[in-house]
Design a binder for this molecule. Structure first.
Ligand SMILES: C[S@@+](CC[C@H](N)C(=O)[O-])C[C@H]1O[C@@H](n2cnc3c(N)ncnc32)[C@H](O)[C@@H]1O
Length: 450
């Protein structure tokens, strides 16, 4: 039976990490997207080989809807509307059919389950009371993405892909994108010869947007032609990406108009972020995370603190200001371009040591070389987490407090287990809904040496 024809009727059970609900068919687990626990749904099964340990699928019809089901705000990401048109829904808003409060409740269940299973910790005992929206979030929680990437289809139309698919679906306005991004009307540009577009909206004094065009090599000057048609005040560059990991902030940029970087401003600190260098995606994330990290670490004058996976120095800058001339902030970032931004963003702070390199290689070596220990650490690793090697180096650093910012509850829970073994206890944990209408969440945990 072909994947398209394989429609199963299943009752959805618990939510599973990754944006799915668990369903069962003749004893086999089916990971179902676009459903809500408790619903009776029809699922178009993909990846349905007889030998597969589990199957995956999308809801195409709802027979018994949950009370929290709402009309999806974005027809192209709505699995039901997409099924009616015979196409797949685009990825990136897989919780848009769930009322916001219920989305946060599902994320809370996932967090509790991941912590229990992977670290043995009871989130409720740690004071966890549920996933919360950041202060200042809008009622509909749309327009929050200050960073978005698009593809271009073979007809030169702006497009996005469905989950786990290379198919390209033409799109226009992206409701989760910041209004500054939608106002660019990228779908009206001549995009033949472009394979990908990355766009960012700044928050600094002179916000504006920066558009990066990645050419597919078929039409000379494609990026330049598209850039000319952008609204006045928009910056644009052509980006040649470097393959491999740590690509953020590593591509070669050719300026087309305006600047190749964006100005950002957070809690009185000014930053520049070049090209595709990392910056927190939710418009409220930088402010919310800086406030929590500073409150957890309470950096005193003269303290020695490491900022691991430091990006352009979002946390390093306020930490450097707090520890003053007698302190030290060791700011480690892997992507060369982003690390250069950190150098510029922290140039006025002589107490900031900016090191470009992989944390797992650099942290221990830097502390030995400087013959020093640390008072505290903030780390904000990518989705894969820090891992045993980095946890071991953190344990040996002498740090009494570790503020751990994480975008993945599974790697946070795994690293938590290793931090407990390294002599820390998890004193407080908070989970913020910094990715509304998706299954993602942001955790900020405070580990204290006992
Ligand atoms: C989630 S971002 C956090 C950046 C920064 N803390 C912020 O909030 O803006 C993770 C950063 O880690 C960097 N990175 C990924 N793997 C790394 C590694 N093994 N060593 C050092 N940096 C790494 C990425 O380039 C990215 O800038």
């Amino acid at each position: 039976m072909s994947t398209q024809e394989n429609i199963l009727k299943v009752r959805l059970d618990a939510p599973a990490h990754g944006g799915h609900c668990v369903g069962r068919h003749e004893g086999r687990v089916v990971f179902v997207r676009h459903g809500i626990p408790g619903e009776l749904v029809s699922v178009a099964v993909r990846d349905d080989g007889e030998k597969a340990r589990f199957w995956r699928g999308d809801v195409v019809e709802v027979h018994e809807p949950a009370e929290s089901r709402v009309t999806h705000f974005w027809p192209q990401a709505d699995a039901l509307a997409a099924a009616a048109r015979g196409v797949l829904p685009v990825g990136g808003a897989e919780f848009g059919h769930i009322a916001l409060e219920a989305q946060r409740e599902i994320k809370s269940q996932i967090f509790i389950e991941q912590m229990q299973r992977l670290s043995g910790l009871d989130a409720a005992e740690l004071g966890f009371t549920g996933v919360r929206a950041p202060a200042g979030e809008s009622e509909d929680a749309l327009g929050w993405r200050t960073r978005t990437a698009f593809a271009v289809d073979s007809k030169g139309r702006l497009a996005m892909s469905p989950f786990r698919s290379n198919e390209l679906i033409p799109v226009q306005e992206m409701p989760l994108a910041h209004p500054q991004i939608n106002e660019l009307k990228l779908w009206e540009l001549p995009l033949a010869g472009i394979s990908r577009i990355e766009v960012a909206a700044g928050s600094g004094e002179n916000p504006g947007a920066l558009v990066l065009f990645i050419e597919d090599g078929t039409i000379a000057g494609a990026a330049g032609r598209a850039a000319k048609r952008l609204p006045e005040g928009t910056s644009a560059a052509a980006l040649t990406q470097v393959p491999g990991s740590l690509t953020d902030g590593r591509g070669a940029l050719t300026r087309l108009r305006g600047r190749t970087w964006l100005a950002e401003s957070v809690a009185g600190m000014d930053y520049r972020v070049t090209g595709e260098g990392f910056w927190q995606i939710h418009r409220l994330a930088p402010e919310a995370l800086v406030a929590r990290v500073m409150a957890q670490l309470e950096p005193g004058y003269g303290a020695r603190i490491a900022d691991l996976y430091a990006g352009a120095g979002l946390f390093s800058a306020p930490l450097a200001a707090a520890v003053g001339d007698d302190g030290m902030v060791l700011s480690i970032e892997g992507a060369p371009g982003t690390s250069k931004d950190a150098l510029k963003n922290l140039r006025e702070h002589k107490q900031a040591v900016i090191v470009q390199g992989r944390v797992e290689k650099v942290l221990g070596a830097q502390l030995r070389e400087r013959n020093t220990t640390l008072d505290a650490i903030v780390l904000d690793p990518p989705r894969t987490g820090a891992g045993k090697q980095v946890v071991s180096a953190m344990g040996k650093s002498g740090a009494k407090k570790i503020s751990y910012v994480s975008c993945d509850p599974a790697s946070f829970a795994r690293d938590s287990a290793d931090l407990l073994r390294a002599g820390y206890r998890l004193d407080a944990v908070e989970v913020l809904d910094l990715y509304p209408h998706t299954h993602h969440m942001e955790t900020v945990g405070l580990f204290v040496r006992h």
